[in-house]
Design a protein around this ligand. Sequence first.
Ligand code: IPM
Ligand code: MN
Length: 367
Amino acid sequence: MELRVTCLPGDGIGPEVTSQAICVLEEVVDGFGHDLELDEKEIGGVALEKFGNPLPDATIQACLNSRAVLLGAVGSPAFDHNPRELRPEAGLLRLRQELGAFANLRPAVVYPALAGCSPLREEIAKGTDILIVRELLGGLYFGQPRSIEGAPGAREAINTMRYGEPEIERIARVAFQLARTRRRKVLSVDKANVLECSRLWREVVTRVGRDFSDVQLSHMYVDSAAMSLVLKPAEFDVILTENMFGDILSDEAGGIVGSLGLLASASVGGPVGLYEPVHGSAPDIAGKNIANPLGAILSVAMMLRHTFQLAKEAECVEAGVISTLKGGFRTRDLARPGARTVSTEEMGAQIAEFVRLAANATGQAAS
Ligand code: IPM
Ligand code: MN
């Protein structure tokens, strides 16, 4: 199969982690007999610096001409005081929109080898295997009107949380369908005791749930869900929620599994899938070869599975991550104090090597 992929390394640690993820992807392509057509473009702060635009047209075009996009991270303190449209984040938000990527899938798994890495007691963290399904194109992130207006000292700011029934319905269907491939439980998270958007959300999700009678649906307010997540993370299966709540809960899930650096994501629903680690640009550790590349590498696994339907290849990458962690390899974010750590490149190389050997061993290499 020909894999047409655009890589957008972006800011901070983005380039370091995506370059390891691409090394792993190249091993997959070689080992399993595929072809990779890779394009690289700018987004975020690097695009602002070069073109004065966080999402240049050439970047959008390249993404739309490929089947999947691998993104590193966007965000840089240099642009903290820019107006909203000229911040690195605006590039990512527009890209999600351009790609129609309304369904953001964020798995959070406590790997047995890392059960001791969670700040939670091991008996609480172990067995955690959550999939957050975050609505990505609605809510406060995109609602109109939005503004800051008025005289200094008397300014007012407005954001609008808005959801239409079709938007709720389509993301709910994604969550229920994915639940069928897992433990068949969907927890819909909202704030229906306060917000109209959440009341509509709950009503529509309940209605959609009737088409999935084999999936157990429950509802929780977001405050209570945030607490339950740290009290009993292993009881969660699929969490279905709106944009902002999903943003917050997915970072919380990153904390629970031991490091945000482990989390991968897929943003799907449009013609081109967008794959990115959940972590940000981490400017404080950028360029030091110490960032954890596993979020980016696992995002490649999600790309193989969701865009290219290459389940065997995806499993091979995931097996590489699990085996590398079992082997005791730890980037700094995962290591106990005083323990030996590996660099971003060493971690990536371990997984690439695993994929190379596994692909050859199973005789799947191209002839
Ligand atoms: C994420 C990030 C983004 C978001 C930012 C960088 C716009 O925090 O992907 O979780 O809020 O969606
Ligand atoms: Mn976030």
